[in-house]
Design a binder for this molecule. Structure first.
Ligand code: PLP
Length: 478
């Protein structure tokens, strides 16, 4: 029993860690005994406590398998990085680097120089820089170009994105007065015109990143906003959100606004996230005129929001890949997942379902489903996919879909699936192909566990644990 209790730990954590944990528990038990306290001293109890000790020492930030089909899943870290980006970040992290050192001239260098060059190439902008995320980019843009003044925004674009990016609050933080114009569904150029006054500094357009408006709607084209702004000596800022660089790039980008188009439309600043459709590390990119970027970079807040060397390295490597759309579609995981043909997903799903069906107490079949872009990008847009549907038959220890998916979530590696009605769905679009085998292992492990005396059931919150399993509402994907 005690061996069985520690078998998984031995496999996952290695002999030395298990021995150390058992040794600590033995010492504690011995000293408790000497002090006359009663503590269970039998090997199984020691083993259970040693396992708990090891489990408590597990890192909380761990890799998971995302089988939810939400490509930019905020709860699961948004965009996975290309191997090239990971390697570059690791290489730079490992040693010293030319982060702020101009090697040719033996002078102080600028940390964003490399990424700025690539962003200029990719967007056609005169100048560029990058900070911690798009929220930071927005605060900086507002502060640098409009502190103490007013910026005009359409009421239909006052968005809240993800946890806590609410435009009115961002304005407050930046010390800029928000001047709302138009109505929720319709804003016309005359609405903007009427709002302009001597305190106005800029017009801001914000992409409705995580919701779509249908029905009677009206918006002003960016080019017209820019024209109006420039006619009045104001700045024009475009927050496109998702980080699509230019047209003719990924085929799935649909009608997402692109940075290149915003620059062609003469916007002074265009802002986007690095870890949305670009598929890079978390960051916020600002591209635009030299004058605007210079003001942003000389804002004291820039120092508080600057990127660290690992992110810069990963961003630079990602942008290098993005220079070649075909290469990027193979090498940037997000682009690859978005462009995986349905036939390939079908083939993988059939293979996996076949193997899962062979497990006792499990029914698996392939179903046609829709993957979501998520991450506050491409509102309402989905892509056809194939998923392996488990159920309605489940192993007796986890008879309900929520209990079964809970057990998968608590497995190692955690497998995060989607529960739909009486089924657990594994969407393969967000699973990289080499993880198909791991999925099989995880599910096998869970099905096997439940047959071993119900101890796993207690631990995994199964029906006998007296702790009802809660399926979290689909973790924020916006
Ligand atoms: C996602 C998004 C943001 C916030 O970007 P982060 O990089 O998550 O800070 C801001 N504006 C728009 C339009 C977005 O889509």
């Amino acid at each position: 029993m005690s061996e069985a209790t520690l078998a998984d730990c031995l496999r996952e954590r290695g002999r030395r860690a298990v021995l150390e944990s058992v040794r600590v528990e033995l010492e504690l038990a011995r000293s408790a005994f000497q002090q006359g306290q009663s503590q269970a001293l039998d090997p199984p109890s020691i083993a259970v406590r040693a396992r708990a000790r090891l489990e408590a020492a597990r890192p909380s930030l761990r890799p998971v398998i995302n089988a939810t089909g939400v490509l930019l899943h905020t709860g699961l870290g948004r965009s996975p990085l290309a191997a090239e980006a990971v390697a570059r970040a690791a290489e730079i992290a490992r040693g010293y680097s030319s982060l702020e050192y101009n090697l040719d001239e033996n002078t102080r260098g600028k940390r964003t120089q490399g990424v700025a060059r690539l962003i200029r190439l990719l967007t056609g902008a005169e100048a560029a820089t990058a900070v911690n995320n798009n929220a930071a980019a927005t605060v900086l843009a507002l502060r640098a170009l409009a502190a103490g003044r007013e910026v005009v925004v359409s009421r239909g674009q006052l968005v809240e994105i993800g946890g806590g990016f609410r435009l009115p609050e961002i304005f407050e933080v930046a010390g800029v007065t928000l001047r709302e114009v138009g109505t929720t569904n319709k804003t016309r150029i005359a609405d903007y015109q009427r709002a302009l006054n001597p305190a106005t500094a800029a017009i801001l357009r914000v992409h409705r990143a995580n919701f779509a408006m249908v029905g009677f709607t009206e918006d002003v084209a960016l080019a017209d906003l820019v024209q109006l702004a420039h006619d009045h000596g104001l700045w024009a800022i475009d927050d496109i959100g998702s980080g699509v660089l230019g047209p003719g790039r990924p085929p799935w980008q649909g009608d997402e606004p692109t940075a290149r188009q915003a620059i062609l439309d003469q916007a002074d600043l265009v802002l986007f996230s690095g870890d949305k459709l670009l598929g890079g590390p978390q960051c916020g990119v600002l591209a635009g005129t030299s004058r605007a970027i210079q003001l942003v970079e000389s804002d004291p807040m820039m120092r508080a929001m600057r990127l660290d060397k690992m992110t810069l390295a990963a961003l630079e490597a990602t942008l290098e890949l993005a220079l070649d759309a075909e290469l990027a579609a193979r090498r940037i995981p997000l682009w690859a997942m978005l462009s995986t043909p349905v036939e390939e997903l079908e083939r993988r799903a059939q293979a996996l379902a076949g193997k899962l069906n062979a497990l006792p107490g499990l029914a698996a079949r392939v179903v046609v489903e829709q993957s979501q872009i998520g991450g506050g990008s491409a509102p309402g847009r989905s892509i056809e996919t194939r998923a392996v549907a488990l159920g309605p038959l489940f192993p007796p220890a986890y008879p309900a879909p929520a209990a079964f998916s809970g057990a998968l979530r608590r497995a190692e590696p955690p497998l995060v699936a989607r529960v739909h009605q009486d089924q657990v769905l594994l969407d393969l679009r967000t699973v990289s192909p080499e993880l198909d085998e791991r999925i099989l292992d995880v599910i096998q492990g869970v099905c096997h566990h439940q047959s071993s005396e119900g101890r796993a059931v207690d631990r995994d919150g199964g029906p006998n644990s007296g702790r009802p399993d809660r399926e979290p509402s689909p973790v924020s994907s916006s």
